[in-house]
Design a protein around this ligand. Structure first.
Ligand SMILES: Nc1ncnc2c1ncn2[C@@H]1O[C@H](COP(=O)(O)OP(=O)(O)OP(=O)(O)O)[C@@H](O)[C@H]1O
Ligand SMILES: [Mg+2]
Length: 453
């Protein structure tokens, strides 16, 4: 069942219940008020008759006097204490026969239902004792068919039923109309999602007018999600095209050298050695690139970091010692205090530092300096070299994947252009930052900011 139909049916059922309760209250209030009014009229009549008996100092009245108090369908009787009718006037014989006379020393009224060919009818009977010298000498009894009440009751029931039906119909129609208005944006969203599902192309929902409600928020969130998916899919496409392009170059080199050996044969030792050297270099490069690509993919995944307290000074010292052992270069380490502790993933931070030192080694030949500073908000690791530097206009691109300033030179140094992209991702995962300052011909300084724990 559609949600609009569900809401519509539920609200209408609820409205029907409310109307039913109201109808019952109205009906019973009407009935009691009307009966009470009739009762008051009859009591007034009994008062008048008793008054007349007292003024005439009699126990009965002449029949025509009593008749003057009668209405069309009623009777008046005086019943003595020995339960005998001493005086009566009747305008409705049938009624008088159906209601048995009764002596009563207490005032009271009674509503009775009688049946005849016309159906059911309500009869109101009022009994009032007649007193003389503090003794009850008889009961004055007046009975009357409530003809008007039956009719009014029928009219009232018809009106209430009619109004209830109209209200239910209006509620159903109005509910449908209102829920259509409310559900229109949702229908719009469903349509868009179905389109996406059918075509496989992400697309946003058109927001026609600003309603500032939950539905608009839903649509905006959906659009943001789609935008993010589009961006991701763009990035992925770009990555695949970059990666395949980068892998194609070494493959072309390998193939052309292999062809060369095929054509010239292995007899020519000089060419063979050159070809084997080139094939080996390119294969190594490809292997390195594949490793770097895997690293990059891992750094781009929103993966869980193994955050632990990390002593940066001992980490930097151990990395520098390894570098000193492998590269016969001068590495100088400066730090502002000891210890400097951060909360971070040790392996990832180590990877970033190695990427920076690797660049400094590749693109400089002088000493390499490393600075470690503790600030109020963050810890800064700086790697500084005095090498070739980066031209100003290139700096904005060097965090892009596969970007290398000097492609030919990078070929010699074996760079893939992925190091800084990986470093940037890792810093982003740590909610930190990476900044670079460089002057062509003078040197480069890369700064890592890790939030203080
Ligand atoms: N310290 C530096 N001095 C001069 N140029 C640098 C320095 N660091 C980076 N660059 C320039 O930025 C480019 C991108 O650096 P990145 O580390 O991302 O790639 P790469 O070093 O070429 O390859 P790899 O993936 O092996 O690190 C380099 O090719 C280089 O041109
Ligand atoms: Mg590098």
């Amino acid at each position: 069942m559609k949600i609009t139909t569900k809401i519509n049916l539920l609200t209408t059922a609820w409205l029907f219940c409310i109307l039913l309760i109201i109808n019952v209250v109205v009906f019973f209030s009407f009935m009691t008020t009307t009966v009470n009014m009739e009762k008051n009229v009859l009591l007034q009549k009994t008062n008048d008759i008793i008054q007349e008996l007292h003024t005439q100092n009699a126990t009965t009245l002449p029949e025509d006097r009593l008749k003057s108090y009668l209405t069309e369908h009623s009777f008046i009787r005086i019943v003595s204490p020995d339960s005998k009718v001493t005086n009566q006037a009747i305008s409705d014989k049938d009624l008088a026969e159906k209601i048995k006379y009764k002596f009563s020393s207490k005032s009271g009224s009674q509503l009775r239902t009688i049946r005849d060919e016309g159906g059911e009818e309500q009869v109101l009977i009022v009994r009032v004792p007649i007193m003389s010298h503090k003794h009850v000498i008889g009961t004055l009894e007046i009975g009357e068919r409530l003809m008007g009440l039956e009719m009014s009751k029928d009219i009232l029931v018809t009106i209430l039923a009619f109004c209830t039906v109209i209200a239910v119909v209006l509620s159903l129609l109005g509910g449908r109309w209102l829920s259509n208005i409310i559900m229109r944006p949702i229908a719009n969203m469903i349509q868009t999602m179905e389109d996406i599902e059918r075509s496989g192309i992400p697309k946003t929902i058109m927001l026609h007018n600003r309603t500032r409600d939950e539905l608009e928020k839903l649509a905006t969130t959906f659009n943001l999600m789609i935008k993010r998916l589009q961006e991701n899919s763009e990035k992925q496409k770009q990555f695949i095209s970059d990666a395949s392009h980068e892998l194609k170059t070494p493959l072309t080199v390998i193939r052309s050298y292999a062809n060369l050996i095929r054509r010239r044969g292995i007899q020519n030792e000089e060419i063979t050695v050159e070809a084997i050297e080139a094939i080996h270099a390119e294969a190594t490069r490809m292997q390195r690139m594949a490793e770097a690509l895997l690293d990059l993919a891992a750094s781009e995944k929103e993966m869980v970091l193994e955050i632990k307290s990390l002593d940066l000074i001992s980490l930097c010292q151990s990395i520098l010692q390894q570098f000193r052992n492998v590269y016969k270069r001068e590495f100088i380490f400066h730090y502002s205090q000891d210890p400097i502790i951060v909360k971070a993933d040790e392996l990832k931070i180590k990877q970033v530092i190695i990427i920076l030192l690797d660049n400094a080694i590749k693109y400089s030949s002088d000493k390499i300096e490393m600075f470690l500073e503790q600030n109020e908000d963050d810890v800064v690791i700086r790697v500084k070299d005095y090498g070739i530097g980066i031209p100003n206009k290139e700096i904005q691109h060097i965090f892009e994947r596969f970007y290398r300033v000097d492609k030919a030179r990078s070929r010699e140094t074996g760079g893939t252009g992925l190091g800084l992209a990986i470093a940037k991702n890792i810093m982003k995962q740590h909610k930190g930052e990476i900044k670079i300052r460089s002057e062509e011909g003078k040197g480069t300084e890369v700064e890592l900011f890790i939030p203080a724990s």
